[in-house]
Design a protein around this ligand. Structure first.
Ligand code: GLU
Length: 447
């Protein structure tokens, strides 16, 4: 069987074994499509069936999460944790609380996390978890009760040397605090390294909040620098208005770019004078309001309900909301409107058709598993500090983050070059991330 046929057969098997999990299939296909040349160089990977093994999670837990709202009504959600791969370190990856969550989403995220974590160079395996619970519109007490119930199942399979959750969509500092508090209560241990994204006063790390957005901006800055360019004077569009989007805006602005549009799941704001970050932080971080209220503070800004943010012409785009938010059509529009670089702050935000458009157009394209690795990398730094009972300063942590992102970029572009696709950071990220995991798996025997 020719190599590409062998890989195609493995992919078909994954689809058959995991029916109805479209996002997981998409994530697997993208990685597998990159691996042909790797199997030529490392025939031992085929011999040991590494690709088949890597596509099968090591362990998965699905559980009931019952909780009561403020009126005493009972609700039932479903929670899960997929521990995908521990070749490089304890399972590591966030928790997502969002109504769209089902096993297929968590498996796509967990699968990507394996290679993303590998690219950071830190000792972390890959995992992901979450629930179809929607924190939007819930009171603090409701969120607390939900988190306590969720952790009452999850605690059995996590630990600082086993599996270290963190945040993702719908899980921020508030949720992490409640989850950590319940873990401490159940285990009778202040085990700081069991979860990352903690508050600074109880074991959290400087820069963790900013890390995904800052890291993504550093990554794009490296891509721009490879063409002798930078952020100065660039018009930038950042989708979303959560943690990733907010700190992308902050760093882009510090580096001389201007963010002219942001969004949430209800609509888009466009402010040609530059989106005011303090207003966004107030609305989103403090008041938990919708982005349309931005116009109450800035009368010249425009709000478009259900608008498509990718219709707005820009030089650099940062999809930082969610998966598959840029379609093939959106990608074409971006390229036509003069976009020269895309940095994925979200996980898998571009459809396969969209990725194809960006790569064909030859624009700078930083795929999520590389470009947004700064979040989990800084989680890795939080784990280091917890293990050493240390607390590093903001600047020294930020410098480490910058170095890690530079290194992620270099690994991707060098692997792309070495395996015959110079400039293609999708192939570069998949190959560089995969090889380390595969070699570690072989070294550890058939487990
Ligand atoms: N959820 C983030 C990601 O997609 C961060 C995970 C972590 O810090 O463990 O990488």
């Amino acid at each position: 069987m020719a190599l590409t046929e062998k890989i195609e057969a493995i992919y078909q098997e994954v689809v058959k074994r995991n029916p109805g999990e479209a996002e997981f299939h998409q994530a697997v296909k993208e990685v597998l499509d990159s691996l042909g040349p790797v199997l030529v160089k490392y025939p031992e990977f085929t011999e040991a069936k590494i690709i088949r093994r890597v596509c099968e999670p090591e362990r998965q837990l699905i559980f009931r999460v019952p909780w009561q709202d403020d009126n005493g009504e009972v609700h039932i959600n479903r929670g899960c944790r997929v521990q995908f791969n521990s070749a490089l370190g304890p399972y590591k990856g966030g928790l997502r609380f969002h109504p769209s969550v089902y096993l297929g989403i968590i498996k796509f995220l967990g699968f990507e996390q394996i290679f993303k974590n590998s690219l950071t160079g830190l000792p972390m395996g890959g995992a992901k978890g979450g629930s179809d619970f929607d924190p939007k519109g819930k009171s603090d007490n409701e969120v607390m009760r939900f988190c306590q119930s969720f952790m009452t199942e999850l605690w059995r399979i996590i630990g600082e040397h086993t599996d270290v959750p963190a945040g993702d969509i719908g899980v921020g500092g508030r949720e992490i605090g409640y989850l950590f508090g319940q873990y401490k209560r159940l285990t009778n241990k202040f085990e700081a390294g069991v979860i990352t994204g903690k508050g600074l006063i109880y074991g959290g790390a400087q820069v963790r909040t900013e890390a995904t957005g800052y890291g993504c901006t550093y990554f794009v800055n490296e891509m721009l620098a490879s063409r002798g360019d930078g952020f100065k004077g660039k018009k930038v569009v950042v989708s979303g208005s959560g943690n990733v989007a907010i700190y992308t805006h902050e760093k882009v602005t510090q580096l001389g770019g201007k963010v002219i549009a942001m969004s949430d799941s209800n609509g888009v704001i466009f402010d040609k004078t530059g989106v005011n970050l303090e207003t966004i932080k107030l609305l989103k971080e403090v008041q938990r309001r919708r982005i349309k209220d931005y116009c109450e503070y800035h009368k010249n800004a425009q709000y478009t309900p259900n608008g498509n943010i990718w219709d707005i012409p820009c030089d650099v785009a940062f999809p930082s909301a969610t998966e598959n938010e840029i379609t093939g059509k959106d990608a074409k529009k971006l390229v036509k409107n003069g976009c020269i670089a895309v940095g994925e702050g979200a996980n898998m935000p571009t459809t396969p058709e969209g990725v194809h458009v960006f790569l064909n157009a030859g624009i700078l394209y930083g795929p999520g598993k590389a470009a947004n690795a700064g979040g989990v990398a800084t989680s890795g730094l939080e784990m280091q500090q917890n293990a050493g009972r240390e607390a590093w300063g903001f600047e020294e942590t930020d410098i480490k983050l910058q170095q890690i992102m530079r290194n992620v970029y270099l690994q991707c572009s060098e692997a792309a070059e070495e395996f015959g696709s110079p400039g293609n950071l999708v192939i570069g990220a998949n190959i560089a991330g995969f090889i380390k995991v595969a070699r570690a798996m072989i070294a550890q025997g058939l487990v």
